[in-house]
Every structure is written in structure tokens, then in C-alpha cells.
Design a protein around this ligand. Structure first.
Ligand code: GLV
Length: 308
């Protein structure tokens, strides 16, 4: 019975050390050193290998090493194979930090100031109190909820939108397609923390931008596929959107010369908002293995129908 890890090999070594310490009875291997493929019962992967079931016929559980599972082709995975997203404190904390950073940067005009600095321009923009800047969190899963709570603490009026209704203290919760328009109309800064699914691909596009207040600001902390990049460039040119912080792009890495790189109102970071931390992730994975053995519900189990 083997646990196989297939992702960044440096972090894999940390997983190996933690497994050796916390679950010495469970053999742990790092791709491509798979050993006997028939022994592989558990796989933690960013990109799973092709022909996953043909390669590992006795696989019992598939873990994503990241919060998202959009990189998996579900049609190639048997229905009965449980797929688990990474829900671990390290990933949540770093997303809270990044989303806070992005919102504060947008709120305090940092993207404009970075452009001004490149031009050696000293021009002050009047400071607006947080209470007068409405923040909207698109997606209220584990990450969106933690982010919304933190931002409410700064005094921003915070609202969130999710498919099904949530209740979060201090956060106005909108739900479903019917309430999307009202949610967007009150979002001066919009933060995308949705999972990427067939329904959410391209959601950050011209139609959505048209529903935001004039001059709204955008932070995409989800996936590059959420954003219609051309629509963003047009919205920036027209002033509909005034600045954007993008941690994700499509494709990644963003190719040299791409218009997003040099736009004065865009700040790009290379998909670093949040990373799984081996220390805390291994505890969550081992807890899920225990739950699996005991037939208990898994933390982060993906609902195939929803796609996340
Ligand atoms: C990173 O993007 C992740 O899904 O964890």
C-alpha cells in the first residue's frame, strides 16, 4: 500500500519527511519513482498522469495538492474514485494575506502609484476611508469566507456572492444568479475566488464589468480562465474598470510581450497568492486517510456534479 506524490519535487521531499515522521507505516514515494504501480492506493498530484486507472488500477483516493481541481479531467476518472481538494490552514492563511494585499493595494491606489513611480510623477490621490469602499467577494468557499471575514475587519463594507446561500457574520451574503446583479452593483473592489468550472469560465467579462460601478477595481485570485483578458483591457481603456491585480493568467506563464505585462493599471504576480504548506497539508491528508479507513466523510471531497 503506497502513497504517491506527483508535484513539485522539492516540496515532495518535505512531504516525505513529514510522512516518515507522522505515518512511518505508510510507504511514501515521489513520482516518477512509483515502485509497484499495483501498490499505489493514494495519489496526491497537481497534474495526474495520463491513463491514471490503467497505470494505478488499485487507486482508492486522488488528492489535489492545490485548492483547485480544474486541472483534472473528470471524464477520465472513474465515478467512484473520490477526488479531494486541498483544504488546509496554510493555503487559507496565505490566500487571506494575498487577497488583503490586493484589496489594500487597489483601495490605496498602489497600482497607479507604481505606474507614476516609473514615470517619476508625484501626484497624490485623495485617501478614501475603508468605510466608503465596498468590497465584493465572488465565491464564498473556504477561501472566500476567510477573506471576507478578514476584510470586514478593516472596516470595508464587505459582501460576498455564492451559488447557494451562506451566512457569515459581518458580511452581506448574496446568492444565486438572481442576486448577482445587486451584488456587483455594490462592489467597488471585486475579488474573484471562485472555482473554475464550465459555469464560471470567462465570468469576468464584458457583461459582468458592465454591472460593476464605474471605475471599479478587480483582483483575480481564482484562475486565469475566469477572466476574459481582452474584455479587461477594453474595460480599463474605457475607464469602466480602473485597476486590476491579477495573480493568475491564461496561459501561465504569461508570454513575453503580452499586453497584460505592461499595462499601467495592471499588477501581475506569477500565481503565488497561495501555496499548499507541507507541514499543515500532510496533517489534513493523514486525517483524510483515517476518515477514509473509517468510512467517514472526507474533508474537501469534490462534488463531481458541481465540479469543485
Ligand atoms: C493554487 O492555485 C491552488 O489551487 O492551490
Amino acid at each position: 500500500m503506497t502513497f504517491l506524490y506527483k508535484s513539485d519535487p522539492t516540496r515532495g521531499l518535505e512531504w516525505a519527511r513529514l510522512f516518515a515522521q507522522k505515518a512511518p507505516e505508510l510507504p511514501f514515494r515521489i513520482w516518477p519513482d512509483v515502485g509497484d504501480p499495483g501498490e499505489v492506493r493514494f495519489l496526491a498530484a497537481w497534474m495526474p498522469p495520463a491513463e491514471i486507472m490503467a497505470t494505478f488500477p488499485n487507486l482508492e483516493l486522488l488528492f489535489s495538492v492545490g485548492a483547485g481541481v480544474d486541472q483534472f479531467d473528470f471524464s477520465a476518472l472513474p465515478q467512484e474514485l473520490p477526488v479531494v481538494r486541498m483544504v488546509e490552514p496554510g493555503i487559507i492563511d496565505s490566500m487571506v494575506e494575498y487577497a488583503t494585499l490586493a484589496v489594500l493595494a487597489l483601495h490605496r491606489d498602489l497600482v497607479t502609484y507604481a505606474a507614476q513611480q516609473r514615470e517619476q510623477v508625484w501626484r497624490q490621490i485623495r485617501v478614501r476611508p475603508a468605510a466608503q469602499r465596498r468590497v465584493g467577494i465572488l465565491g464564498l468557499g473556504t477561501l472566500g469566507e476567510a477573506v471576507s471575514r478578514k476584510l470586514a475587519g478593516f472596516g470595508f463594507p464587505v459582501a460576498g456572492w455564492s451559488r447557494s446561500r451562506r451566512a457569515i457574520e459581518g458580511v452581506t451574503c448574496y446568492a444565486g444568479a438572481d442576486e448577482m446583479k445587486a451584488f456587483l452593483a455594490r462592489s467597488d473592489i471585486l475579488v474573484c475566488l471562485l472555482p473554475l468550472t464550465a459555469e464560471t469560465r470567462g465570468i469576468l467579462g464584458a457583461d459582468l464589468f458592465a454591472m460593476l460601478p464605474e471605475g471599479a477595481r478587480l483582483a483575480n485570485c481564482g484562475r486565469g480562465g475566469h477572466l476574459d483578458q481582452d474584455a479587461l483591457l477594453s474595460a480599463l481603456d474605457s475607464g469602466r474598470i480602473s485597476a486590476a491585480v491579477l495573480d493568475v493568467t491564461d496561459p501561465e506563464p504569461l508570454p513575453a510581450g503580452h499586453p497584460l505585462w505592461n499595462h499601467p493599471q495592471i499588477l501581475v504576480t506569477p500565481h503565488i497568492a497561495s501555496m499548499t504548506q507541507p507541514e499543515t497539508a500532510v496533517d489534513v491528508v493523514l486525517d483524510n486517510l483515517k476518515r477514509h479507513r473509517a468510512g467517514e466523510p472526507l474533508v474537501g471531497l469534490v462534488d463531481r456534479g458541481r465540479g469543485y
